[in-house]
Design a protein around this ligand. Structure first.
Ligand code: 8DG
Ligand code: MN
Ligand code: MN
Length: 366
């Protein structure tokens, strides 16, 4: 046994946006368990429970060394009774019995398979399960009507569930840059999402597009999409126009974390390099790509909002609201005390307004 004096104790801030979370995780045995339970809660529409597990997992990710004893966790924030029980189980038995039984459950397996289809969320998957559909085979023979996204998602299921590499993300970045250059000179493309945080793989590739002259970006997305389509780069796309100006609930108070930028959810047809050609001799693969267009005046907020991680974003907004009486969105920062918008041209300025130490993208992997 380890004596009290030998174990390292930790001091960690309670908001994820006050912490530096790199990809170097010393407690993946614990964070894997907590993340799986978070995912399971989300798949069952238990959002509160999902967030609680996500916060607990994020806290464990931020610890500087491996946890070996429950006594090290004394005084740490974000760890509820349920999370502590899971951690204890893993520390004592190597695995969590709750995680193991979840992984084995017919419902969890079916939810994973069905929501693995692009365009299928937890609600749709739940409805299908109640109708006896547990896998792709049963779905294909069920006669269920699929929308355009779901048809495409089912068709490219294997490709879309294969992690995207950084090299593939860069290759797609070059295509997007070429598209943007062809339709409006001077436009800029920024890689956001997990790859901007330094991740080596991702479930998709996220790009933010802008133009240094305010207003020039209006109408850019349809042109970019038309160019990509004409070159045969798109297997699927759905473009949503910018609804920021028409919105009634105020720009800094979006109804959900969904923003109102002009955006395109797409599936790219990416030609493989010689090395990646597989036994199937398929010379291309499908990759999920998100494109977002932002006016330059909102660009810093958009970059911050689209870099993630999802929990880091959620915590930034919670910090802004609860600690600073401000409302943060991917469009703007509103100070409710001064009753005015705070302008920013860099992420550093936004952190400064929020009274937070600047955290670079590579340390936002909460
Ligand atoms: P991954 O793809 O590598 O798995 O991870 P990721 O890049 O971190 O996740 P993501 O699902 O692609 O999301 C990237 C960021 O974009 C994340 O911080 C959340 C944010 N994001 C959406 N949808 C929306 C939205 O509608 N509005 C805003 N503001 N942000 C969004 O995914
Ligand atoms: Mn992403
Ligand atoms: Mn995305």
């Amino acid at each position: 046994q380890i004596s009290e004096a030998e174990v390292a104790l930790f001091s960690v801030s309670s908001y994820a946006c006050q912490r530096r979370t790199t990809l170097d995780n010393h407690n993946s045995n614990l964070t894997d368990a907590l993340s799986l339970l978070a995912e399971n809660a989300e798949l069952n529409n238990e959002d509160g429970r999902g967030v609680a597990f996500r916060r607990a997992a994020a806290l464990m990710k931020a610890l500087p060394t491996q946890v070996i004893s429950m006594s090290q966790l004394r005084g740490l924030p974000c760890l509820g009774e349920h999370s502590l029980r899971v951690i204890k189980d893993v520390l004592e038995n190597g695995v969590s019995s709750e995680v193991e039984s979840t992984k084995q459950s017919k419902r969890y397996k079916a939810l994973k398979i069905l929501t693995g289809i692009f365009g299928v969320g937890a609600k749709t998957a739940d409805r299908w399960i109640r109708e006896g559909i547990y896998n792709l085979e049963q779905l294909r023979h069920s006669g269920q009507t699929l929308n355009r996204a779901q048809k495409s998602g089912l068709e490219h299921y294997d490709d879309l569930n294969e992690p995207v590499t950084k090299a593939e993300a860069d290759a797609i970045g070059e295509i997007v840059q070429k598209a943007v250059d062809s339709v409006l000179t001077g436009s800029q493309v920024a890689l956001t999402g997990g790859f901007r945080r330094g991740k080596l793989t991702g479930h998709d590739v996220d790009f933010l597009i802008t133009h240094p002259e305010e207003g020039k970006e209006v109408g850019l997305m349809p042109k970019v999409v038309a160019w990509l389509e004409s070159q045969g780069f798109l297997l699927y796309q759905k473009t949503t126009r910018n609804s920021y100006l028409e919105s009634k609930d105020g720009p800094a108070r979006p109804a959900s974390n969904m923003d109102r930028f002009e955006r395109c959810f797409s599936i790219f047809k990416l030609t493989k390099g010689k090395e990646q050609e597989t036994a199937s001799h398929k010379i291309w693969r499908a990759v999920r790509v998100d494109l977002v267009v932002s006016p330059i005046s909102q660009f810093a907020f958009a970059v911050l909002g689209w870099t993630g991680s999802k929990l880091f974003e959620r915590e930034l907004r919670r910090w802004a609201g609860h600690e600073k009486n401000m409302s943060l969105s991917s469009h703007a920062l509103f100070d409710n005390t001064q009753n005015k918008y705070l302008r920013a041209t860099s992420e550093e300025e936004i952190f400064a307004y929020l009274g937070l130490e600047y955290i670079p993208p590579s340390e936002r992997n909460a």
